[in-house]
Design a protein around this ligand. Structure first.
Ligand SMILES: C[S@@+](CC[C@H](N)C(=O)[O-])C[C@H]1O[C@@H](n2cnc3c(N)ncnc32)[C@H](O)[C@@H]1O
Length: 208
């Protein structure tokens, strides 16, 4: 699988690699997620048919969660340590090392893509590449669920792992529309103890 190497991508990979154990211990179980995240991902998963890609799957907990709901699902992530951990914890599922900037999946071949906080490190200039990839690999009507850090303006901040970006829902929704998606629902949530949430569900528009 092609695995682009740029200074930014190398930094993301190396930063998560260095903290993969810690990240996995903190977030590597759906039990540690906000109950409404589970509800949102679960209800979205019930609207799509496979195959589904957990794009930027990290430790693979959401891949397993969706498989548990009967979906044919696999995971891809930049970080080999995450993929190793996911394969160990969920040996019946398929996980590959790869980049969301050039996904090794045929055009129009998927029914769903979950991108749960996996585009948070893409700058506003760079995010169009993986969004275009999601549009390419989804068949018409295929579903996308994007989770991200929501905020009043597009801005970079010092995420615990490496620089991340906040997005107003409307700005990220426009990126999806420009790439050929129809936005179905948007969600925001704030509150202590959990990551601030922005989430968008969208479907790949039929006109290509
Ligand atoms: C905040 S973590 C989220 C992981 C998982 N989706 C979750 O909810 O726990 C961000 C993930 O995106 C992955 N990622 C970031 N940029 C990526 C890229 N260009 N290609 C593939 N994976 C990427 C990271 O390796 C990391 O696992």
């Amino acid at each position: 699988m092609e695995n682009a190497s740029t200074p930014v991508v190398d930094t993301i990979r190396e930063s998560y690699s260095a903290r993969s154990q810690e990240y996995g211990d903190l977030f590597g179980s759906v039990a540690s997620a906000h109950p409404l995240d589970r509800a949102l991902i679960g209800s979205w998963a019930d609207t799509v048919s496979g195959p589904v890609l957990d794009a930027g799957c990290g430790p693979g907990q959401w891949t397993d969660f969706m498989a548990g709901r009967g979906l044919a699902v696999s995971g891809v992530d930049l970080v080999p340590e995450f993929v190793e951990r996911a394969r160990k914890h969920y040996p019946d599922l398929s996980f590959e090392v790869g980049t969301l900037d050039a996904v090794d999946v045929a055009a129009k071949s998927l029914g769903g893509v979950l991108s749960w906080y996996s585009l948070i490190h893409h700058s506003p200039e760079d995010i169009r590449t993986p969004v275009a990839e999601f549009a390419r690999i989804l068949r018409s009507g295929g579903g996308l669920l994007l989770g991200f850090f929501e905020g009043p303006t597009v801005e970079a901040f010092d995420h615990a792992v490496t620089t991340a970006y906040r997005w107003p829902v409307a700005a990220l929704a426009q990126e999806l529309i420009d790439a050929g998606f129809e936005v179905i629902e948007t969600h925001t949530r704030t509150g202590s103890g959990y990551r601030p949430l922005g989430a968008i569900t969208a479907v790949r528009s039929p006109a290509r």
